[in-house]
Design a binder for this molecule. Sequence first.
Ligand code: 1PZ
Length: 215
Amino acid sequence: MSATEEKFSLREVLVSFKSCLVDDDQDVLVEHYLNGWRGLVRFMNSLGTIFSFVSKDAVNKIQIMENYLKGESGERYRTLQSMVEYELSSNLVDLTKRGSHPDSGCRTILRLHRALRWLQLFLDKLRTSSEDSKTSTLCAEAYNASLANYHPWIIRKTATVAFLALPVRNTFFEVMNVGTAEDVVDMLGEAMPYVSNVYDFTQELYSQHNLLDLP
Ligand code: 1PZ
């Protein structure tokens, strides 16, 4: 195991979302947001290949954003505010139907943003659950209350089957690499607010600009 692998802990990933918010919590740095996502993907991959269809999609979306950041308008993609302003004012967003801008930054971030809601619900259920609760049930409940509403039947079906392969609560906690079950519960209570702050900011920004239903 390499040094970086050894150090891997879900605490660091969740806390990394803290550095996303800048300008008195009035903006989110895209590069840091993507870093948080890279950590989540790594965590998901450590759960086994059964989730590779999920992480592939997340990696794709991270890559789309990376390309914008590296592109000639990269500076406009530095924060979520500047991205939204730039793409909307330059007509770079398909607002009602996917057409000439199928992979806008706005719709790509929206997909990740919705997944962050699932993560919030799921980790909160895990945090408050009893030792004998089933992770697959908690995961499915969180999914049905969030992402599932945006997914077609075939993806909902595949996701629901994949959930059954989730490890039991204790093993799941071990993979997080933060210590005892009690440590995990404490860590989640302490670190999830960072994710929530980023989620709330994005939700507000997207709602102000009517971007919450981008195709
Ligand atoms: C810890 C266990 C991981 C369970 C993951 C739970 C979420 C299941 C989501 C299933 C997604 C299936 C793959 C592709 C879906 C895409 O169609 C959609 C919409 O994108 P579009 O087609 O419009 O371009 N993609 C998404 O909804 C984004 C999904 C990202 C999921 C990331 C999961 C978060 C991982 C955190 C791990 C702790």
